[in-house]
Ligand binder design. Structure first.
Ligand code: GAR
Length: 218
């Protein structure tokens, strides 16, 4: 699958968040006032809940926001269709799940498959799911990290775009999950900025499990 990117205009990006939004902030800071130079601009931020720092960051940046809560819909399918519609309204070229703690459904993937990017705080395919940092610590790994990948219909199973490595030390006790997560997030923010920028600037192809950056149309 060849992407429609890059084009002359900066790629339109919708970011989905559920929490503190530091990955969103890293993207906002990297784009700054030069979306042409970066190759992308964030056109809206969506969330599955109210009252989170991620939405405040978006509002401070003057971006439109939308909230789509599962409990406001009769079924998970209806929520998924509503999320897809709210996202589509901003005509994104790419959608980035940056700490969005929900699994999207068929409708969302039908519309955004192949251009829906997620960042995960572990070295996939190890430790998928909502507790990647905790699960890696409990397993006793010596290295962990983060993975930026395209989303498919599995849980954190889609083609990998980029990975970053973080060492686990003797000081990383099971109680130290938050501290290890912070070290991972330092690497993750840079990785996500680099990955989104390259997808937007250089284009990409997805062939099976392989993501090739650049070389669009070859
Ligand atoms: C990030 O570490 C991201 O990988 C993780 O949530 C954090 C969000 O941080 N996502 C998942 O665990 C998804 N399974 P942020 O809100 O500060 O960007």
């Amino acid at each position: 699958m060849a992407s429609p990117l890059p084009s002359a205009a900066p790629a339109r990006v919708v970011v989905l968040v559920s929490g503190s939004g530091t990955n969103l902030q890293a993207l906002l800071d990297a784009i700054g006032d030069d979306p042409e130079g970066f190759g992308a601009r964030i056109v809206a931020v969506g969330a599955d809940r109210d009252g989170i720092a991620g939405l405040e960051r978006a509002e401070r940046a003057g971006l439109p926001t939308f909230v789509c809560r599962v409990k406001d819909h009769a079924s998970r399918e209806e929520w998924d269709a509503a999320l897809a519609g709210a996202t589509e309204a901003h005509r994104p070229d790419l959608v980035v799940s940056a700490g969005f703690m929900k699994i999207v459904g068929k409708e969302f993937l039908a519309r955004f498959g192949g251009r829906f990017v997620n960042t995960h705080p572990a070295l996939l395919p190890s430790f998928p799911g909502a507790h990647g940092v905790r699960d890696a610590l409990a397993y006793g790994v010596k290295v962990t990290g983060c993975t930026v990948h395209f989303v498919d219909d599995g849980v954190d199973t889609g083609p990998i775009i980029a990975q970053g490595v973080v060492e686990v030390t003797e000081e990383d006790t099971p109680e130290g999950e938050a501290a290890l997560h912070e070290r991972i997030k330092e690497v993750e923010r840079k990785l996500l900025v680099e990955a989104v920028g390259r997808l937007a600037r250089d284009g990409y192809r997805i062939e099976g499990r392989k993501v090739h950056l650049g070389h669009v149309g070859e």
